[in-house]
Write a protein that binds this ligand. Structure first.
Ligand SMILES: CC(C)(COP(=O)(O)OP(=O)(O)OC[C@H]1O[C@@H](n2cnc3c(N)ncnc32)[C@H](O)[C@@H]1OP(=O)(O)O)[C@@H](O)C(=O)NCCC(=O)NCCS
Length: 175
């Protein structure tokens, strides 16, 4: 099997990001709060602005996008925690190390940006994603929030999982 490369996307790569993001929403609607119908309607300005808001990493094999992840700053923290989100791997590429490459590169990027921890919100019923994150060293926390895919009343929850990134400076986490 050929090598996987992970490429950080710049603003001008917005169409590459749009393409893999829409594929993720189309294939795994239960895993994401956003919908493909909603995001298909966004214009170029929106996607360009989105590229600047967080880092977007795409995994490629033979020049074909096989996975994606985003890395930003955790909204409700004091800035010391980075946030990993929007993780997706094409079904035919799962179990082959693509997600590991994406998360390792995402964690390195967050560490380079000075974050001490990486937060990852994941659906408590998304067994594969929780198992994957645990295998990467993310620890479960007591933080939960409604998933909000169908409605706030559907009872589905996300759990915040936390990965220390090297030197622990004791973040004031307020999620
Ligand atoms: C989550 C995702 C990125 C993980 O990538 P992956 O290539 O499937 O991950 P891996 O196969 O390397 O690892 C999954 C782990 O869960 C285990 N696993 C596989 N299927 C599982 C299942 N149905 N339930 C629980 N665990 C499962 C694997 O054995 C592996 O554990 P191991 O490393 O101890 O062997 C991928 O499954 C995906 O894109 N899912 C759809 C989108 C999604 O849910 N994204 C997360 C949104 S928060």
């Amino acid at each position: 099997m050929s090598d996987i490369t992970v490429r950080p996307l710049g603003e001008d790569d917005w169409e590459d990001y749009r393409s893999v993001r829409l594929a993720a929403l189309r294939e795994s609607p239960e895993a994401f709060v956003a919908t493909v119908e909603e995001e298909e309607s966004y214009d170029e300005d929106f996607w360009r602005e989105r590229m600047q808001r967080s880092a977007r990493l795409v995994a490629e094999r033979d020049g074909v996008a096989v996975g994606v992840v985003s890395v930003g700053t955790a909204k409700a923290s004091d800035g010391s925690a980075g946030e990993l989100f929007g993780l997706w791997v094409r079904p035919e590429a799962r179990g082959s190390g693509v997600a590991t490459h994406l998360v390792k590169d995402g964690a390195s990027l967050a560490a380079e940006r000075g974050h001490s921890h990486l937060v990852y919100w994941v659906g408590t019923e998304n067994g594969r994603a929780v198992a994957f994150a645990s295998g990467m060293g993310f620890r479960p926390t007591d933080y939960r929030r409604p998933m909000g895919v169908v409605s706030e009343e559907d009872g589905e929850e996300e759990i915040a999982m936390l990965l220390p990134l090297g030197v622990d400076t004791g973040p004031q986490l307020r999620l």
